[in-house]
Design a protein around this ligand. Structure first.
Ligand SMILES: Nc1ncnc2c1ncn2[C@@H]1O[C@H](COP(=O)(O)OP(=O)(O)OP(=O)(O)O)[C@@H](O)[C@H]1O
Ligand SMILES: [Mg+2]
Length: 258
């Protein structure tokens, strides 16, 4: 089961990805979080893990992959692009230097933008897409893909290698608007799409539901002072948060169907 976590900037994608990953491990699943966000650097702290080599670096760096990407575009219309990443990997085949691990919790980063003028994030998107397509999972494996804010990953087809998209909505007009866009793009990709309402109280959730397809809302999570504090000091989110167990149960039900 591979799940894309999408949503507006700051809606809680990395927070909820981390909480889900830790809770799935507690349910005896092996979890890989794939960090496809080219900008933010804090995910390993929220998971209590160390840093590892980016997959992009492992494969030669952005420049090398960028050249490979340009060459991969077919010259003949209708002919498919040559993938940037053509190994078939299981989680245990991922090079150990590209993984941060604690028990059944694994984190890998696709790549980050680090320097002024280094160019666009296109190779990161293409690599994410090809890596996810080629990743083979066992019945007790779950992959959570934490994405950058907005819809670029969907525009680049990263969801093509996933089984489901979950959009995180904070209580804002922008989030509701964006969820419509994410839904449309996920449906174009033929992927089921669900919503989590984050940082909401009962009244706000009710109000948001009037603008959303309620059947797609799998959980509501309130603003939580401990989550906020851990997010501020960069410490592991190994805490119980109401609403997360609903999402875990939902994922496990779906995982059995796949
Ligand atoms: N339920 C919650 N209660 C309190 N604070 C929260 C909650 N969810 C997220 N936050 C806080 O909101 C901020 C943004 O969260 P997070 O970094 O997870 O968002 P994001 O969607 O990953 O952002 P980005 O788009 O920058 O990657 C963080 O400070 C985090 O601690
Ligand atoms: Mg994030």
């Amino acid at each position: 089961m591979k799940i894309i976590i999408s949503g507006k900037g700051g809606s809680g994608k990395s927070t909820i990805s981390s909480l889900l990953a830790m809770n799935l491990v507690k349910n005896n699943y092996r979890v890989l979080i794939v960090d496809t966000d080219e900008s933010n650097f804090g995910l390993e702290a929220l998971l209590g893990l160390g840093n590892s080599q980016e997959l992009m670096e492992h494969l030669g760096g952005k420049k090398v992959l960028g050249e490979k990407m340009k060459a991969s575009f077919s010259k003949n219309p209708g002919e498919p692009r040559v993938p940037l990443f053509d190994q078939i990997w299981r989680i245990e085949d991922i090079p150990s230097e590209c993984l941060s691990v604690s028990g059944d919790l694994h984190l890998m980063q696709i790549g980050k933008i680090r320097s002024f003028g280094e160019g666009c994030a296109c190779p990161i998107g293409s690599l994410s897409k090809d890596f996810l397509r080629n990743l083979k999972l066992g019945p007790k494996d779950v992959v959570i893909i934490d994405t950058e804010a907005g819809v670029e990953h969907l525009g680049r087809g990263v969801a093509g290698g996933a089984d489901m998209v979950i959009a995180i909505l904070d209580p804002s007009f922008e989030s509701i608007r964006l969820s419509e866009k994410i839904r449309g793009m996920a449906e174009e990709a033929g992927k089921p799409i669900y919503y989590i309402l984050n940082k909401v109280n009962e009244e706000v959730a009710k109000q948001m539901m009037t603008s959303l397809d309620q059947d797609k809302v799998i959980s509501t999570i309130s603003r939580n002072a401990e989550v906020e504090h851990m997010g501020l000091i960069g410490k592991p989110l190994d805490i119980t948060v109401d609403g997360i167990s609903d999402v875990v149960e939902f994922i496990l039900r779906h995982a059995k169907e796949i």
